[in-house]
Design a binder for this molecule. Structure first.
Ligand code: PXP
Length: 244
């Protein structure tokens, strides 16, 4: 079955805008669980602009669902992950000036460094996932260094979802489909995420090799109007519709 991981970063973004204790990301995670989420994703950024160390402590202590900890491949983040040993660690590229994660990790260009980096995480029992583009060189490098999972970046596909750019969007979707098939063939579990909405989730959910989608910003945005429970249930419904 296709799993839905709900990314709760932007609950913390709203909280941090006022320095108040609410809305509480742990409460959002529990609500997501009740609405049918299969996992919770949280990105502990180096600048702590949304999720905080205390949020990770609380999620690890109280959450029943598996936690997918997104983080940059830095020594500090490795220490934090080894202390908590979440179900999964997803390595993402991180730049301070970016608004959100732009592009995938350059695994092919940093192969031996990343192989060394993920060694202790794998030994500690975390499933290591690498957030990458669908280029074959990146997927093959991920397989060579022993990652369990690749998460394919769907941001470009989502950004092209306008009337004028459907041909480019279809080409990007074809690239994602090829990448998913290559990764699966190399023994990697395939996840996908970034920028997904009610309108763009269907074709990605329909890719047979994709086992998990991680979705955040749109769900939290939609929750402002309909509540988180309805937003998650509707996303789940659309995923199930695309993958009967
Ligand atoms: N997957 C990864 C690796 C991400 O970095 C993000 C954004 O934090 C997401 C999924 C979720 O993206 P969005 O918030 O646009 O749904």
């Amino acid at each position: 079955m296709l799993r839905l991981g709900v990314n709760i970063d932007h609950v913390a973004t709203i909280r941090n805008a006022r320095g108040s204790p609410w809305p509480d990301p742990l409460r959002a995670a529990r609500l997501a669980e009740a609405a049918g989420a299969d996992g919770i994703t949280a990105h502990l950024r180096e600048d702590r602009r949304h999720i905080s160390d205390a949020d990770i402590d609380a999620l690890m202590a109280h959450l029943q669902l598996p936690l997918n900890l997104e983080m940059a491949a830095t020594p500090e983040m490795q220490r934090i992950a080894l202390r908590h040993r979440p179900h999964a660690v997803c390595l993402v590229p991180e730049k301070r000036e970016e608004r959100t994660t732009e592009g995938g990790l350059d695994v092919a260009g940093r192969e031996s460094e990343l192989a060394d980096y993920i060694g202790p995480l794998r030994e500690s029992g975390c499933r290591v996932s690498l957030f990458i583009g669908h280029e074959p060189a990146q997927i093959e490098a991920a397989a060579r260094i022993g990652a369990a999972v690749v998460e394919l970046h769907t941001g470009a596909y989502c950004d092209l979802d306008t009337e004028a750019r459907h041909a480019e969007r279809d080409a990007e979707l074809a690239g994602l489909a090829k990448g998913a098939s290559l990764a699966h063939g190399l023994g990697l579990e395939v996840h996908a995420g970034h920028g997904l909405t009610f309108d763009t989730v269907g074709p990605i959910a329909a890719l047979p090799e994709v086992m998990e989608l991680n979705i955040g910003h749109f769900l939290i945005s939609e929750a402002v109007f309909t509540g988180l429970d309805d937003a998650i249930r509707e996303m789940r419904r659309r995923m199930d519709e695309a993958r009967p």
